[in-house]
Design a binder for this molecule. Sequence first.
Ligand code: UTP
Length: 300
Amino acid sequence: MTSQRIRKAVFPVAGLGTRFLPATKTVPKEMLPIIDRPLIQYAVDEAIEAGCDTLVFITNRYKHAVADYFDKAYELEQKLERAGKTEQLELVRHVLPPGVRAIFVTQAEALGLGHAVLCAKEVIGNEPFAVLLPDDLIWNRGAGALKQMADAAQASGASMIAVQNVPHEATGSYGIVATEAFDGRQGRIKAIVEKPKPEVAPSNLAVVGRYVLSPRIFGLLEATRPGAGGEIQLTDAIAALLAEQPVHAYRFQGTRFDCGTHIGLIEATIRYALDHEKLSDPARDMMQRALGELGVKDQD
Ligand code: UTP
């Protein structure tokens, strides 16, 4: 992979989001909010911070909400303008900054994450690109996780996969990598497997939803047959990429919340509230009260 700047980011958001049913009957998982912004907005901001100006959303035909969210909201803007609500108007206008374009590609059938990424092939062309899974929310006071990875990819020319250590018994929920010794935050990946049982997992280093990938991945995805769960797995195409090009595991700086699970979404909400300028104190008070009340109940 050549050391090019990463300009394009892919957001696969065509999954069914079954873990959040019944809410996800009508609200896509990526539109669930942390405080006042949907998950997709956090991922988009992270991609823009990393230097991306072309955002490719892989949606399904039922997910109008994501496209609507990034579209101009004429009527709402007019109403806010007339009501003199300038602060709110700015918030609505700046979901995407000027100079950033959003492209929507439909994944006709939910055939898996690998298939969703392959749907972006024509838009990406022959350049390295980023993939962000919005339900992995990564919080950091300094540079965002994707910016850290894009800089590292540009410096080394290798593809980058975000990783973090998970409890050994949790390997069955993740792609798991085996690497050479780490040099700083990076270690070259020797093997990658999708959702291995703990007894056969090569490590407890798990893939989380940030990738910087060589465009070679598209050819490999085209040759990938359905794997774990009958889906076309991105992990399987990355396994094939390892044989041809360097792919590094990247231990990003930041805290990741798995907002694809109930407890992860709750944890993220609490952490963002505690870090929020206006909400921090009332949230702390509310939590203390709630815990106190539970404590009283437990003694009954
Ligand atoms: P998940 O494994 O989290 O699946 O997909 P899901 O359907 O979103 O959620 P659950 O498990 O049913 O609750 C990982 C990512 O890949 C995308 C999803 O939108 C999510 O961002 N994806 C998955 C697609 O875009 N297309 C697919 O065919 C499958």
